[in-house]
Design a protein around this ligand. Structure first.
Ligand code: CP
Length: 303
């Protein structure tokens, strides 16, 4: 993989994805092989929005590679609060670190930041845009459970504002995957993403309800309806709680359906699903470590 930054899943070819996933699998099999690969590396974590998984798994990944992290901390405790621009912040931080992991509420923020620095920037989520490192761990999880070709994947929930959805949908066009999008009318995929999928020749269908498509799925990727992305609270209330996966829902599914979710969840997957063979979302979150180790290993490599 020869990229300076990871900004969007659109930049990833099938070969890029397989390179990352194969290296992640090698780290998973032999964690000791990773130790000291980047002993002097320092990774800057600049999170302008809350995070548990992305931030902590990048930190774990950097440390497992023998490196370390510096953390901007919360917006409230940083000089962002004094009005510092994102461009100035990343220009300063590149002097402290070998790479920057950036999460920001504005779509396009990571791309803009990458234009101001010479160290690699990883987009850890830019508003309703993209979240490509999440996609890599999603693909790793799908590959483990179902393979990445000749499968049907259902993607359900907030398709309009869901950055994990936008990135995953683009990445899946590299594989022989039938994508089924399930959402209320008001949360359908943005026109730009639909256009890109069409241009890529993707096999895509949109549905209002999961019922008709569930029996055919190998993977069901559920997402949270994200209250924080709605410009209007009434619009959120109109669709909140629209879908909920329960063990009863899964009676119509294939026995080996993998139920995934980028997490955090609210009420879209009932806790009782955690005890089923289908629940894959905690394993998916844990896969963030080897996948982000592989990604950092490739991006920080000077060779
Ligand atoms: N999946 C994900 O991005 O989780 P966090 O918001 O906790 O990082």
């Amino acid at each position: 993989m020869r990229h300076d930054h990871l900004l969007t899943a659109k930049q990833l070819s099938r070969a890029d994805i397989e390179t990352v996933l194969d290296r992640a699998a090698a780290f998973d099999d032999d964690p000791a092989a990773a130790a000291e690969r980047h002993a002097d590396a320092l990774l800057a974590l600049c999170f302008f929005e809350p995070s548990t998984r992305t931030k902590m798994s990048f930190e774990t990944a950097a440390k497992r590679l023998g490196g370390d992290v510096i953390d901007m901390g919360s917006v409230e405790s940083s000089s962002v609060k004094k009005g510092e621009s994102l461009a100035d912040t990343v220009r300063v931080v590149e002097g402290y670190a070998d790479g920057i992991v950036l999460r920001h509420p504005k779509q396009g923020a990571a791309k803009m930041a990458s234009e101001h620095v010479d160290v690699p920037v990883v987009n850890a989520g830019d508003g309703a845009g993209h979240h490509p490192s999440q996609t890599l761990l999603d693909l790793y999880t799908i590959r483990e459970h179902a393979g990445l070709d000749d499968i049907s994947v259902g993607i359900m929930g907030d398709l309009k504002y869901g950055r994990t959805v936008h990135s995953l949908a683009h990445a899946l066009t590299n594989f022989d995957v039938h994508q089924h999008f399930v959402s209320p009318e008001s949360l359908r995929l943005p026109r730009s993403v639909r256009y890109d999928l069409h241009e890529a020749g993707a096999q895509v269908q949109e549905h209002d309800s999961l019922d008709a498509v569930l029996p055919n799925l190998d993977v069901l990727y559920v997402t949270r309806i994200q209250r924080e992305r709605f410009p209007d609270e009434d619009e959120y209330e109109a669709v909140a709680g629209e879908y909920s996966i329960t063990p009863e829902t899964l009676e119509a599914a294939k026995d080996d359906l993998a139920v995934m979710h980028p997490l955090p969840r609210v009420d879209e997957i009932a806790a009782a699903v955690d005890d089923t063979e289908n629940a894959t979302y905690f394993e998916q979150a844990h896969n963030g470590v080897p996948v982000r180790m592989a990604l950092l290993d490739l991006l920080l490599d000077d060779d």
